[in-house]
Structure formats: structure tokens, C-alpha cells
Design a binder for this molecule. Structure first.
Ligand SMILES: C[S@@+](CC[C@H](N)C(=O)[O-])C[C@H]1O[C@@H](n2cnc3c(N)ncnc32)[C@H](O)[C@@H]1O
Length: 279
């Protein structure tokens, strides 16, 4: 890398730094800068060598004469066009609330069941910081590999222990600070979660269908080791940022899924049946 070590990739584009090149709203490219390479588009090309030494936030002239913005890619930019996507994923609008409900902070140890493409793994890995750890269980080998590659792309693989396992059979960790569960039959892991979480720790279940929510609520009640349960749906409406015609965008993502939040409490064994085989 060229340039001052602390400035590289933060203030200044150096060799090896990630770049988000914005030509217009539809033409947005994420890549790492490599000497000798050229980034193409139907609106012109740019040589990577011409990006080296630029400050992020500046413009670069393409071969066509038009200018493009040079920015640092954020996690949401990677999620929109810089990662492989092989499963349904949780969206940033839901990630924000998940992090707040679970009170996740640097140093936390967090369980994730149902990794899919790893989008949520990435968000959790960012939130727990370099001192924290995310323990992520995925039953399918192809999803496991996709998530691993995506974590590598954003440079967060070292904060995650990816496990190719069926979480219904149990997890290795104990005393965890929080959990996120995104799988079709989450009622089947309530005993596993109860054993893995520390007292008072929270879990968020992500469920696309409302009948799954009803079934999960019934299983939580039957199990008896949970309290403070809440159900949410997050609706996000984006606006056209035009000072002369400010109005909502004509399209929006109408539905992604429901979030069910609950906290681990001590079970009252006198009142509740043993549901260790699932709800
Ligand atoms: C919808 S995807 C998760 C997407 C992920 N939350 C994201 O934001 O990218 C659900 C995943 O759960 C996995 N899964 C289903 N049952 C599982 C189980 N018993 N143990 C571990 N993973 C499981 C599926 O293979 C699938 O990859």
C-alpha cells in the first residue's frame, strides 16, 4: 500500500483499498484497487492506477469524460451489490432493530442459527468488534461456503466461528449474551437456546410468515423459560431526495418478515411441561 498507513483506506485510496465507484444511481461498482486493472462500465472506464492517491469523497474522470464519485463501501453497499446471495436474507431495516433489542455491544459473544448467505452474520460481527465473537450454525454446506466467502469479502471472518451443523442437535457454547435465529422451525431450538444463553439474555427470531409467529409464541409459552416477549414488523418508506418535489418513492419493500424478541428467564418446572423435544 502507498500513502500514510493510518490514512490508507480511511482517507486516501491506496493499492488494496476497497472502493465504491458511483457513476449514477444504477451504476455503482465495488472493487479492491489493484495496479494495472481497469474498471469497466457502459458509461466509460477508469484505470485503478488513477484512483490511487485520491481522497475518498472526490471525483474521478472516466474515459468517456463523465465523472464518478469515489467512496468507501459501507456494509449496506456490499449487501446491495458486493456479496453473493443464495438465500432469503434479513434486511438492514430489520438489522438495526435487532441490534438495539439485543443490546449488542463490543466484546459480546452472540449465537446465530441459520446463517444462509451470512448477511446477518456480517452485521453481528461488525457489532461485537474485534474482542467479541459470533458463533454461527448452518445446516447446508453450500450456504456455509457462501457465508464464509462473504465474510472474507468484508474482512470480518476472524470474528466468526462458522459451524456446519444442525443446531437442533445442540450448540457448543454457554453463557452467550444474545442470539439471532432465522430458520423455518425455530420452536425446535428453544431448549438449545435456553441452555446456551446467559440469564436475562435476549433472542430475536426472524420469521417470514405470520402463522410461524403464532406457533413460536405458543411454543415459548409452553416452554416457560422466556419473558418480555414482543412481536414487531419494520416498515421503511424511502423518499425521493428532491428539494423541488419531495415525495415517497413509488416502490418499497412491503414485507420481509416479523421479529419476535424474548428474554431467557429461569423456568418454573412446576408449572411447565418439559419441551426439550421441541414445541
Ligand atoms: C433464510 S436463511 C438465513 C439468512 C440469514 N439470516 C441472512 O441474513 O443472510 C435460513 C438458513 O437456515 C438454515 N437452517 C435451517 N435449519 C437449520 C438448522 N436446523 N440448523 C442450522 N441451520 C439451519 C438454512 O439452511 C438456511 O441457510
Amino acid at each position: 500500500m502507498a500513502g500514510g498507513a493510518t490514512e490508507c483506506c480511511r482517507h486516501i485510496v491506496c493499492e488494496g483499498c476497497p472502493v465504491l465507484l458511483v457513476i449514477d444511481e444504477k451504476r455503482r461498482f465495488i472493487f479492491r484497487v489493484e495496479r494495472g486493472r481497469v474498471q469497466g462500465s457502459d458509461r466509460g472506464t477508469v484505470r485503478h492506477d488513477d484512483l490511487i492517491g485520491l481522497r475518498y469523497g472526490s471525483r474521478v474522470r472516466l474515459s468517456s469524460g463523465i465523472y464518478a464519485l469515489v467512496l468507501q463501501p459501507r456494509l449496506v453497499d456490499y449487501m446491495e451489490r458486493g456479496l453473493r446471495r443464495r438465500s432469503q436474507v434479513i434486511y438492514p431495516k430489520d438489522h438495526g432493530l435487532i441490534l438495539m433489542l439485543l443490546d449488542i455491544e463490543p466484546g459480546n459473544r452472540v449465537l446465530e442459527i441459520g446463517v444462509g448467505s451470512g448477511y446477518t452474520t456480517i452485521v453481528l460481527a461488525r457489532a461485537v468488534g474485534p474482542e467479541g465473537k459470533v458463533y454461527s450454525y448452518e445446516i447446508r454446506r453450500d450456504m456455509f461456503e457462501t457465508a464464509r466467502r462473504n465474510l472474507e469479502t468484508v474482512g470480518l471472518l476472524d470474528r466468526v466461528e462458522l459451524k456446519h451443523r444442525d443446531a437442533r442437535l445442540g450448540v457448543d457454547e454457554e453463557n452467550l449474551d444474545a442470539a439471532v435465529v432465522d430458520m423455518p422451525d425455530p420452536w425446535a431450538v428453544l431448549p438449545v437456546l435456553h441452555r446456551a444463553l446467559r440469564p436475562g439474555a435476549g433472542v430475536v427470531f426472524f420469521l417470514p410468515a405470520v402463522n410461524q409467529v403464532a406457533r413460536l409464541l405458543a411454543a415459548l409459552e409452553l416452554h416457560g423459560g422466556w419473558a418480555e416477549t414482543r412481536v414487531y414488523e419494520v416498515l421503511l418508506r424511502e423518499y425521493e431526495p428532491r428539494s423541488d418535489a419531495l415525495r415517497p418513492r413509488t416502490t418499497m419493500i412491503a414485507h420481509t418478515g416479523y421479529l419476535v424478541y424474548t428474554r431467557r428467564i429461569e423456568r418454573d418446572m412446576g408449572q411447565h411441561q418439559d419441551t426439550d423435544k421441541g414445541g
